[in-house]
Design a protein. Sequence first.
Length: 170
Amino acid sequence: MMTMPFEKVRTELLPLPPADEKLARLHDLWNVQRGAAPLPDRSAVKPESFHFMLGLINLTDVAEGPPFRFRLVGTDITQRHDRELTSKTTAIVRPRAYREAVERHYAECRDLRAPTLYRLIVSDGQQTRSYRRLLLPYADRTGAVVLLVGGSHHVDRIEDVVRSDGFLSD
């Protein structure tokens, strides 16, 4: 009997606009901020604009990399990762397969110069986390994508998040 190899991380590209209410609102905000331009300017990123997503937003510098630098990471995301990521790079994200998926998605959004929406599933074979992440690109004055705003919709409750060294290890 042949068994399927265990996938620690699985991702699925989802269609836009997002079906989740808050992610759809974040996507709409991005469209309003860009107006007729291909991308909104980085100066449009203001914390009060994302009040409805506080805790579930991250801002990531993507002008270079990978690795990419987390400029700001929401408190809910920090609790789920059980570590502070603000001012750190993606190099510390574990497990390796998850980090590689995150970096691939960030580079893809930057290079496509368009929003992306993914469902991510991370598992250790016994416990599983699942969430949807919308990435929105913002440009500098030259038009280069320099910042991504990421919004998350978690399927699990914070109480259900597995907090063990083994869960997010390589």
